[in-house]
Design a binder for this molecule. Structure first.
Ligand SMILES: Nc1nc2c(ncn2[C@@H]2O[C@H](COP(=O)(O)OP(=O)(O)OP(=O)(O)O)[C@@H](O)[C@H]2O)c(=O)[nH]1
Ligand SMILES: [Mg+2]
Length: 448
């Protein structure tokens, strides 16, 4: 497999659809496509970016009426000659055409190979290429906004600015090294640029806490003893009758996972089996699964029946969970005063899953806890790979500042700064090893 081959793939989702798009990219994209297109103008004469109507023919036989468009290198997504066939979206039809295209000399595109070529041909940096995949998987407004900001090069510009500060410091140190015989250079002058870069990097590192939740979403687990109203609250938050609700304790025996869009955050709600001592093997397995989701949760909604007095077992359970809200359900029946006296480190929220009272307050508190109160900056780090590189950058900058304090030689300080610069450059793909690139593009879909 070479980056010089002409590649082809179906770019639309599998299954039947109104339109199916086949995409080719590479030096022979236009000449290969010419075998299959019969229109007013031969494909090689078609101006770039213009749609042309015609027939798709395989070995002289017409198979479909199509629209075709061409983009010529370097002004295309991949930076190479590309052709797109807009066909009818039948899976058999598309596969049939693609097979013929392969026989004519193109090879199947690997996952993400079109985007990888865009990156290799300098059409976008690595952080933008990653954003292409995030655009496709985004499930909420917020995740879409942050992916699009990254796609438009927002993060790239920020990283470049920081790299510029570091480079200035390196230049100052290196000038000092070259001329140290004749001129006195004060290395301290490099300090403000390094400190500024470190401050910027640290604020990006901090943004990951929320960035990760924006990109990946968060798990919120509903836990508590049987019959307190966990499934009723799940249904209320989902606004649909998803889980079975009865007045028999032990109704839910397995975990139920459902997604909601919590004002921009993709939240996976997990309803669990009520926690209680039991010999029933099914219920014990249910309890074990409940515990797994309690451990995985960003927030646990620990639900109690607020109309009944607290039991000591319940209080014990509440004390044991971390990152929890204590939800006093059934507020429509009147809250038992006993709960007011309960000293718990978790915020208490009274609500009624039955009437819906207190639900919007709960949603607000959930969002606030997951994303913080302030307005989110758009410059936000959402990927672990970026976080790790930023941490390396910060550690290089920190070392450099320490070296400055200690009055170490300029070479040593410059070396620390070079380490910081390399780590930063790996985010935008300047120093990223091939195996990491392969890892990144492997997760893309074919045809993207
Ligand atoms: N009055 C009142 N009843 C409620 C409320 N929420 C739930 N219930 C009732 O409480 C009973 C148990 O509700 P579920 O939602 O099945 O409780 P659960 O915690 O999922 O119970 P298990 O699945 O058995 O662990 C049902 O009869 C519900 O109608 C509420 O806010 N107010
Ligand atoms: Mg239930």
């Amino acid at each position: 497999m070479s980056d010089k081959d002409t590649i082809a793939a179906i770019a639309t989702a599998p299954g039947e659809g109104a339109i199916g798009i086949i995409r080719l990219s590479g030096p022979d994209a236009i000449s290969i496509s010419e075998h299959f297109f019969r229109g007013k103008i031969p494909l090689s004469h078609l101006p770039s970016r213009q749609l042309s109507f015609g027939h798709l023919c395989i070995q002289g036989r017409a198979f479909d009426k199509i629209l075709v468009s061409i983009r010529r290198a370097p002004n295309s997504f991949t930076g190479e000659d590309t052709v797109e066939f807009n066909c009818h979206g039948g899976p058999f039809l598309l596969r049939r055409i693609l097979e013929a295209i392969f026989q004519a000399g193109a090879r199947p595109a690997a996952p993400g190979e079109f985007t990888k070529r865009a990156f290799l041909n300098g059409k976008m940096d690595l952080s933008q290429a990653e954003a292409v995949a995030d655009m496709i998987t985004a499930k909420t407004d917020l995740s879409l906004q942050s992916a699009f900001f990254q796609l438009r090069g927002g993060l790239h510009r920020r990283f470049k600015k920081i790299a510029e500060s570091i480079r200035q410091a390196v230049m100052l140190l290196e000038v000092g090294l070259d001329f140290s015989e004749d001129v006195e250079i004060d290395f301290e002058m490099a300090k403000p640029s390094i400190s500024q870069a470190l401050t910027d990097i640290e604020s990006l590192i901090l943004s990951y806490e929320h960035g990760k939740i924006i990109r990946e979403g968060a798990v919120v687990t509903l836990a508590g003893q049987p019959n307190v109203g966990k499934s009723s609250l799940l249904n209320r938050l989902l606004e649909e009758d998803r889980a079975i609700v009865t007045d028999i304790p032990g109704t839910t025996r397995d975990t139920i996972e459902e997604q909601i869009d919590l004002d921009g955050i993709a939240v996976t709600l997990v309803d669990t089996a009520g926690i209680r001592e039991t010999y029933d093997p099914v219920e014990r397995e249910g309890t074990r699964r409940s515990q797994q989701f309690i451990d995985r949760a960003a927030i646990v909604l620990y639900i109690v029946d607020g109309s009944l007095p607290p039991s000591s077992r319940e209080l014990d359970n509440i004390r044991r969970v971390d990152r929890a809200f204590l939800v006093l359900n059934k507020s429509d029946l009147g809250l038992c005063k006993g709960w007011q006296a309960v000293q718990s480190r978790h915020p208490q929220i009274a609500l009624s899953a039955k009437t819906g009272d207190g639900i919007s307050f709960l949603r607000g508190r959930l969002r606030e806890t997951l994303l913080g109160k302030s307005d989110l900056p758009t410059e936000i780090v959402t990927k672990e790979r970026h976080l790790l590189a930023l941490q390396q950058t910060a550690s290089g900058l920190f070392q450099a500042l320490q070296s400055l304090e200690l009055g170490n030689p300029g070479e040593i300080i410059a070396m620390d700064l070079r380490i910081a610069l390399d780590a930063l450059a790996s985010i935008i793909g300047h120093t990223t090893p091939d195996d990491i690139l392969d890892q990144i593009f492997k997760t893309f879909c074919i045809g993207k």
